[in-house]
Write a protein that binds this ligand. Structure first.
Ligand code: PMP
Length: 424
């Protein structure tokens, strides 16, 4: 970590570079957009969660050890020896055509059957997709609507673009359509430029909630009525525990929805391969933006994903991941039910990686964090998942990475910390 990083055992965020001229001689030269940049609550915890004695329920790291590592290793080796220099060369800014075809097959699993490879842009994870879409659409001061809470990495991108994020209420069925409509009416009355709704319909990060079928229709109906663009971020959609994948919002409407996908959760986050599916005119702008940013996505990892989809039993592998995450989810929910003090509430995800927990009696998860770290358990405080300072009584627990026994131990430690906090 850089020298700017304090010891996170005290639970502090990584500070932004000092702006005081005496401390930073370049302070008055930074672009205005750097003032909105800040480290996420999650990255601030990195050095804590890597300590072996700490059970980390903090980071959302996929269980990549469940991959057939030898088979993947030989496959990548054979790619370089078989395809030769092509794998080590620059490629198209839009991404490898074969991979874009296979991406269309993956999206068909969620009902997107009309996508053409020409509408797909391959990205360095869906995180780059978020950045590209924001670059293409958002000017400083524009409004982005997003669920309350919302994905911390998206909020970081929106803040860096100097957007104003207006949160929209969600409940156990996901984004509340009436709240969306109210927000749009409010924005219109204020004369705000609403650029898009950013939504995570499946196994939401951090809330663990899925937008119900009925609400999907309502949200799209409101989007139509208010001429609202929807950015659908869907890295977890294929990781449902109890049912077939739900139909994507993009499957309902192609012109109004920009869809972000990723192989980080269904294959490997380290390969950094994601994609954007967008109407052709938008796709053109996205390719120009990606060329300005990275010239082209990495060739080798694109070929690796395409070859993996062509030659390995990837749907079976997703089932293996699902079984593993289901067991971990159960370990997490069962221990929460057995151990947490009364008044604590939490969501019950039926897919994905996350439980969203509300502390009793207005306890502050951020203030409690140093005590939790001393008790060797880590979580992510809720405030990082809001753009407006809400969420202090919430925390995100990730069950994706630790083994079930570690999860039970982590929840046991956490429950003790919460109890001690209540006794203070
Ligand atoms: N969107 C959401 C909702 C996420 O949870 C994540 C990763 N945690 C991303 C986007 C970015 O994923 P990646 O860049 O690895 O595809």
């Amino acid at each position: 970590m850089s020298s700017l990083t304090p010891d996170p055992s005290v639970g502090a965020s990584v500070p932004v570079p000092a702006r005081h001229p005496r401390l930073d001689p370049l302070a008055d030269r930074y672009a205005a957009r750097t003032h909105g940049m800040k480290s996420s609550e999650i990255r601030a915890l990195f050095s804590v969660v890597s300590r072996p004695e700490v059970v980390s329920l903090a980071g959302g790291m996929p269980a990549v050890t469940a991959l057939p590592l030898d088979a993947v290793g030989s496959m990548i080796g054979e790619l370089v020896s078989g395809m030769g220099a092509q794998t080590l060369q620059y490629g198209s800014g839009q991404g490898d055509p074969r991979l874009r075809e296979r991406i269309c097959d993956v999206m068909a699993l969620e009902g997107i059957t009309d996508a053409s490879p020409s509408e797909v842009v391959v990205t360095v994870g869906s995180q780059q997709g978020l950045d590209l879409v924001t670059r293409v659409f958002v000017d400083p001061g524009d409004v982005i609507l997003a669920e309350a809470p919302s994905y911390v990495g998206a909020l970081g991108v929106f803040q860096a673009a100097q957007a104003r994020v207006q949160h929209v209420l969600m409940d156990d069925d996901g984004l509340v359509p009436e709240a969306l409509e109210d927000a749009l009416i409010e924005c219109r009355a204020r004369g705000d430029k609403v650029k898009f709704l950013y939504t995570i319909p499946n196994f939401h990060n951090p809330a663990g909630i899925t937008l119900s079928e009925e609400r999907r229709g309502k949200v799209m109906e409101i989007a139509d009525r208010y001429d609202l663009l929807v950015v659908e971020d869907n890295p977890y959609g294929l990781l449902g525990f109890d049912r077939e994948p739900m139909r994507a919002l993009r499957a309902r409407e192609s012109e109004r929805v920009i869809y972000l996908g990723s192989f980080s959760k269904t294959f490997s986050p380290g390969l950094r391969v994601g994609w954007v599916l967008a109407p052709l005119a938008v796709r053109e702008k996205l390719v120009l933006a990606t060329e300005a940013q990275v010239l082209c996505p990495p060739s080798l990892t694109q070929y690796a994903v395409a070859r993996y989809l062509d030659t390995q039993p990837w749907q079976q592998q997703i089932k293996t991941f699902i079984e593993l995450y289901r067991e971990r989810r159960d370990a997490c929910l069962d221990s929460l039910a057995a151990l947490m003090p009364p008044g604590t509430t939490w969501t019950r995800p039926d897919g994905g990686f996350y439980v969203w927990l509300k502390l009793p009696r207005g306890l502050d998860a951020k203030l409690m964090q140093p005590r939790a770290v001393s008790a060797h358990v880590a979580y992510v405080p809720g405030i990082g998942f809001y753009a407006d300072g809400q969420g202090k009584e919430y925390m995100r627990l990730s069950y994706c990475y630790p083994e079930p026994d570690q999860i039970r131990e982590g929840v046991r430690r956490l429950a003790r910390v919460v109890e001690a906090e209540l006794d203070l």
